[in-house]
Design a protein around this ligand. Structure first.
Ligand SMILES: [Zn+2]
Length: 301
């Protein structure tokens, strides 16, 4: 888990990464989160800072009203994350809970690749795929359910694989970083060290890597065309570790989307700028927004 201390102007004063004890179960993950939040608050105080608010972002479905989270990969089911953090920190700290990808999208909107847009999309290709949607200037949360483009079906017939969500042929099963590595392994019987190695093999002219990548690309182009047709973004920022591949990733997506659009407004397709820090920075920016709202009585967005 990534964490940091962030000033009101978005400057990162301190950053660190800690291990998430996923294999130790749901409670252990929550305890690690609580320990991190408490120790960081203590560090801030020791460094002479006044912590105004705490932003925590997690994957899954976030019920902002109740402060609960259901996240399959953390084994959380309606887990009262906000109340636990509040209890650990005491009543003097405001706690703001949000979705990791939406927070990352918010950071890209404020300080990164989506700056200056009012209709845009942040799509990180990670272990899974979720989207942060900026529509008419607002980040869309849909009561915690919005942005699950990764669980829309773009692969049909026999090629459709079962997804963690229970459907077949989801974008995530073919185009996430995890899927690229898994599918390359399944085709060749070789174990690769993540999607990065598949992209290296692709650059070296490996035919199986080219097929796996072409299938991912076809599904991604379908997804981007669908999103463009529905919501008309002016800019799409692709994030996650795969964007390290740069134009190898982006140029074919851009060309594929261009070819498919007829009447739609064509979005710019760019690499996200904030990398792995986006979610952490977004958590802080969202928490600072709450402080501003509470002090002025006016929303800042
Ligand atoms: Zn799915």
């Amino acid at each position: 888990m990534k964490c940091g201390l962030v000033a009101a102007d978005g400057a990162v004063l301190h950053r660190e990464t800690r291990t998430t004890p996923r294999d130790a179960g749901a409670r252990a993950v929550l305890d690690a989160l609580l320990e991190t939040v408490v120790e960081l608050s203590q560090k801030a105080a020791a460094d002479g800072h006044h912590v105004r608010a705490v932003g925590v972002v997690v994957p899954g479905i976030i019920d902002a009203g109740h402060g609960t989270v259901s996240a399959e990969n953390l084994l959380w089911v309606n887990t009262p994350v906000r109340a636990e953090i509040q209890a650990a920190l005491g009543p003097d700290h405001q706690v703001h809970l949000a979705h990791d990808v939406r927070a990352g999208g918010y950071a890209e909107l404020r300080q990164g690749a989506l700056r200056g847009t009012t209709n845009s999309l942040f799509l990180p290709l990670g272990t899974g795929i979720a989207a942060a949607m900026v529509v008419d200037g607002s980040l869309v949360s849909g009561d915690g359910y919005a942005g699950e483009l990764g669980h829309t079906r773009f692969v049909h017939g026999e090629a459709a694989e079962l997804c963690a969500c229970g459907q077949y042929g989801c974008l995530e099963t073919v185009a996430s970083a995890a899927a690229l590595a898994r599918r390359y392994g399944a085709r060749t019987g070789r174990v690769v060290d993540g999607a990065r190695e598949v992209l290296e093999l692709l650059a070296d002219g490996d035919a199986d890597a080219a097929i796996v990548w072409a299938e991912a690309q076809a599904a991604l182009i379908d997804a981007l065309v669908l999103y463009t047709t529905l919501v008309a973004p002016t800019r799409i920022a692709i994030g996650g570790g795969l964007v390290g591949a740069g134009e190898t990733l982006l140029a074919p997506l851009r060309a594929g989307v261009h070819e498919r659009l007829t009447f739609q407004r064509e979005p710019e397709i760019v690499a996200a700028e904030l990398g792995e820090e986006a979610g952490c920075l977004g958590a802080a920016l969202l928490a600072w927004d709450r402080v501003t709202v509470d002090e002025s009585g006016e929303p800042t967005e």
